[in-house]
Design a protein around this ligand. Sequence first.
Ligand code: ZN
Ligand code: FE
Ligand code: FE
Ligand code: ZN
Length: 271
Amino acid sequence: MTGRLPCDYHLHTRLCGHAVGDVEEYLVAAERAGLEEIGFSDHLYQYFLPPPERDPGLSMAEDKLPWYVQKILNLSGYGSPVRVKLGIEADFVPGHEEVLAGALSGYPFDYVIGSVHYIDGWGFDNPKQIGRYAGRSIDGLYAQYFGLVQEAASTGLFDIMAHPDLVKKFGYSPDCDLTELYDQTARVFVQAGVCVEVNTAGLRVPAGEIYPAPKFLKICYDYNLPVTLGSDAHSPGQVGAGINEALKLIKSVGYTTITIFEGRRMKTVKI
Ligand code: ZN
Ligand code: FE
Ligand code: FE
Ligand code: ZN
């Protein structure tokens, strides 16, 4: 990797059951990758399901949240040149907003990333549930997905909207033109005051491109939406992965700054 990288705000740890590595290993990897700042955003427990129905392979256990928070806060005592922020990735499932608000309260998060991983209970980005794409209208799916992303942003519970076109993950493409959906979504983001995540995990899946798509990102730029960067690393080796490509992409649509967070407040950083 060449040069300094401003930030990687989307890091998981083995706590979520499908990633490897402890926070200390991610910090070492970040230093090696030349990152100035990192933020952990492990998967919040499945607050929208009763405890016995929660999948330990998808997110941390509820009783691990205080431990997770403490582990990350402790990292600032390690004397690393990399600044460390405390984030969390929380699923959006309509109808459970109050439970989520309660789950997030009482912790000093620097930012909360909001993710749509479920459409009517279907984990559409889960390889184990890929069979459910069969026979579905992809146009309809896109409309439903972006509707949920807009609803999530409007709750006011999230600072950053994760991988904003995750629905493209497995490469199922709609026939319809997406301009109107992108535009509508960007307008809702403006209203909600959220930041858009430029997430490089898209490079490592069949979609083969960063989330959001260049066309969507350009619209976000035209609406003056702030952006942040994340690799969605699920192993220390992925820390900073694709961040150079993400920087190239955001600059190509016009961005000259990115956004970092402190205590859920945005700060602008020149790139
Ligand atoms: Zn994950
Ligand atoms: Fe996610
Ligand atoms: Fe993630
Ligand atoms: Zn994610």
